[in-house]
Design a protein around this ligand. Structure first.
Ligand SMILES: C[S@@+](CC[C@H](N)C(=O)[O-])C[C@H]1O[C@@H](n2cnc3c(N)ncnc32)[C@H](O)[C@@H]1O
Length: 230
């Protein structure tokens, strides 16, 4: 469903876009976008991830620029006003100050550019823990502060956001949200055995996910929320 949204942005640029994938890791998104003729730069602190990105890009014969760096000091590796599209997928959860990080991304984006932001959603984590039988952990998450990293009885950490929180952060950083999409409302709750046994079940699940992706009432159930902002 993220790609349903991003494809619209990418398709509207026949001359290609300058795309920055911050925390782009091993390049799954970057290589997919580069294959469509866009100029992609990945910035990531992990040298191992960047090496894997280089191999992945080489295998399919595309060029992706890889720079080692961190979202918090992005200005040292990427020029201001240099990107038409910034991807920040699965990264806001791990930075110290999400609001400050988004303001840094605002500086990098050209006027009229787009931010593609994908974050873990708080309420779904509570539901998933309960469905897995980890009731005390679900309770810990329920009462924890959503915008701060969570530490549970099993020692897991990672920040999650409610839809209101992420929209507030994005708006405070100077962006205007243009689309909010629910990602993986059901997929993480369905036992894999059901998908394996029932012919066509996986495709039907994808269609179901697509049918609820832009329905606001399903956003609090989504494992992740995707925001497109300008
Ligand atoms: C969950 S992975 C997401 C990878 C990719 N964006 C994706 O959606 O598949 C998080 C990535 O963020 C990177 N990362 C961690 N801390 C970061 C920071 N402070 N600034 C930028 N990237 C960071 C990690 O190295 C890792 O590649």
């Amino acid at each position: 469903m993220v790609w349903d949204v991003l494809d619209g942005v990418l398709a509207g640029a026949p001359d290609g876009l300058d795309v920055l994938d911050i925390g782009g890791g091993t390049g799954g998104s970057a290589v997919r976008i580069a294959r469509r003729g866009h100029r992609v730069t990945v910035v990531d602190p992990s040298p191992d991830a960047l090496a894997a990105l280089g191999r992945r890009a080489g295998e399919v014969g595309v060029r992706v620029e890889a720079r080692q760096g961190d979202l918090t000091d992005l200005g040292q590796v990427v020029a201001a006003d240099s990107a038409d599209l910034v991807l920040c997928h699965g990264v806001l959860e791990v930075v110290e100050e999400p609001g400050a990080a988004l303001r840094v991304l605002r500086e990098v984006l050209r006027p009229g550019g787009r931010l593609s932001l994908l974050v873990a959603q708080h309420h779904a984590a509570v539901l998933a823990r309960a469905m897995a039988g980890h009731f005390a952990e679900a309770r810990d998450l329920l009462t924890g502060t959503t915008a701060a990293p969570h530490r549970t009885a099993r020692g897991r950490t990672g920040r999650r956001f409610t839809v209101e929180e992420v929209r507030g952060l994005v708006t405070d950083a100077g962006f205007e949200p243009v689309a909010t999409t629910a990602i993986r409302v059901f997929a993480d709750l369905v036992p894999g055995s059901l998908l394996d046994l029932e012919p066509g079940a996986s495709a039907a699940l994808v269609e179901l996910e697509r049918a609820v992706a832009d329905r606001a009432e399903y956003l609090p159930l989504a494992a992740q929320v995707h925001l497109l902002a300008r």
